[in-house]
Design a protein around this ligand. Sequence first.
Ligand code: 2P0
Length: 331
Amino acid sequence: MSDLSTATTPAGTATAVAHPNIALVKYWGKSDATVNLPETGSLSLTLDVFPTTTTVTLDDDLTADTLELDGAPAHGTPLDRVRRFLDLVRERAGRSTHARVVSRNTVPTGAGLASSASGFAALAAAASAAYGLPTDAVSLSRLARRGSGSASRSILPGLAAWHEGDDTSSYAVPVTGPAVAMVVATVDAGPKAVSSREAMRRSADTSPYYPAWVTSTRETLVAALAACEAGDFTALGRITETNAMRMHAAIQACDPPVRYLAPTSVRLFDRIAELRGDGIDVWGTADAGPNVVAVCRPGDAQRVADALADLAPVTVAHAGPGVRLVAGPTA
Ligand code: 2P0
């Protein structure tokens, strides 16, 4: 894996760009919430749309970290999570200087399109460069995981598997597989009613299907990696939709209940099934929100997008780049 340190900007400030990822085999549950270890491994595609650009600037005059998110000062949970993350970076770097963080998303924050994945991937890279920590992909993936589990995968380009393990060994690795395109259908761009972090915890604590989810997902990841190795798009697509349905089944069995899929989400899954009936190799998935992502071969992406567009606004995405440090602050 490449070392990004050659691209660092002058000491004390750095800017990084990262993209969201969509999981084909989902991460849903933690074995250790303190250092953010997953109960099972997962597999995702980093996209080429909706980048997050984040600049971290050290400032000796600050008494606490500040966060500007999409042009406005951030408070509450987003600021707390960034501060806790930078505390970890400072501890590792042996530094005490606070920082200004300026972050800009091109995907609506909290819309179920993984802004925390691109956000913490970009923050991990920019903060590591600014504070002088290693910026190789393994170090960044491990560190990004501490901010948000799915961020560990956005460090890498294209297909990436994030494996179980301990604080040292749990990070994302590249996977070679068939060419995959994704058509993102945005059913609702607003923030979700129950955060994925809370719903994940509630699933583990109250869903009677959670143990079955964990057992089946471990087996599913093995099958998904085999499908990738065989270049078998159809097998990977079927696995993807099945795994998403199982995750939502486990979530819907929570007490108190959580249901992320909206009526339009279900219509999108039906339309995807109709397209399969018409001979297009396309499968559906959805994260912790109502938005649906159609997974297809790149050559079919425009036809799939056209077929879904009357139900929700669509964005065609392909395999995108891993996190990168850019020359100067542009956020
Ligand atoms: C995933 N999701 O694999 C799954 C599928 C949502 C549904 O990873 O608590 O925001 O910050 O580690 O990474 C969302 O979980 O959770 C997520 P934390 P994160 O993409």
